[in-house]
Design a protein around this ligand. Structure first.
Ligand SMILES: Nc1ncnc2c1ncn2[C@@H]1O[C@H](COP(=O)(O)OP(=O)(O)OP(=O)(O)O)[C@@H](O)[C@H]1O
Length: 223
């Protein structure tokens, strides 16, 4: 379980996140929505241990980020908004490279299966020749090598066509439901958020997203 208590973040005098408290249970997919600049990426970066909050606490499966950073880090997978892959390497070479950096050992067949499960079949293709959607899938696959319990995804389907979007959505949903992963992800696509997420958290003070979601019949949680 992920437990966030009274979390705040300021950059200098600019307050971005104000006193957020929420939790995520195993098997849950949470959608984070909010206007540009509301602080969605900032929140994911804090939950990924890449940035420190100004105040507040985060606990992952009973371990405090503040007290046991190494142990919590091993349980987290973070997919950044920007694709972070080796362009000149093939899909296979990227998977092998990231496996070497990983905390868990995986053999070639296991690495290949991670890609195939996401319908990413171009194992020997160089990344520069892949479509945007394929790159996004590979970006997710490398993050799953160490089998994180908490998966944080920053706009994983941005610029992805509808078919790949559905494939990524189905894969993430299956990860949560059959393997109990906790997933937090951001998107500006309301239909996708509605289909995929068990709960929706709105960040920021602008009531726009809250109102839109209510019109869809959803009851988002205002953070
Ligand atoms: N390192 C930083 N230093 C100063 N300000 C920052 C830094 N990182 C982010 N910000 C500011 O924090 C605010 C929140 O940014 P963030 O990227 O978290 O928003 P977001 O909700 O993810 O936006 P988007 O939907 O455009 O991705 C913005 O005003 C941004 O300019």
């Amino acid at each position: 379980m992920l437990e966030v208590q009274a979390l705040s973040k300021a950059y200098g005098k600019k307050q971005i996140l104000k006193n957020l408290s929420f939790s995520v249970k195993p098997g849950e997919v949470i959608g984070l929505v909010g206007e540009n600049g509301a602080g969605k990426s900032t929140l994911l970066q804090i939950l990924a241990t890449l940035s420190n909050p100004t105040a507040g606490t985060v606990m992952l499966n009973g371990e405090s980020y503040q007290v046991n950073l190494k142990k919590t880090r091993r349980q987290i997978g973070f997919v950044p908004q920007d694709i972070a892959l080796w362009d000149e390497f093939t899909v296979k070479e990227n998977m092998i490279f990231f496996e070497k950096l990983s905390w868990k050992h995986k053999n070639g067949d296991e690495l290949r299966k991670l890609c195939y499960d996401m319908k990413l079949s171009k194992w020997n293709e160089s990344v520069k020749k892949l479509s945007g959607g394929m790159k996004r899938k590979l970006n997710i696959a490398v993050t799953l090598i160490h089998e994180p319990n908490l998966l944080l995804l920053d706009e994983p389907t941005a610029g992805v066509d509808l078919k790949s979007r559905k494939e990524i959505g189905a894969y993430l949903s299956n990860l949560a439901k059959s393997r109990g992963k906790m997933i937090l992800y951001t998107s500006h696509d309301m239909d996708e958020i509605m289909q995929l997420c068990d709960r929706i958290y709105c960040i920021g003070e602008d009531p726009f997203y809250y109102d839109v979601l209510q019109k869809y019949g959803e009851r988002p949680v205002q953070l």
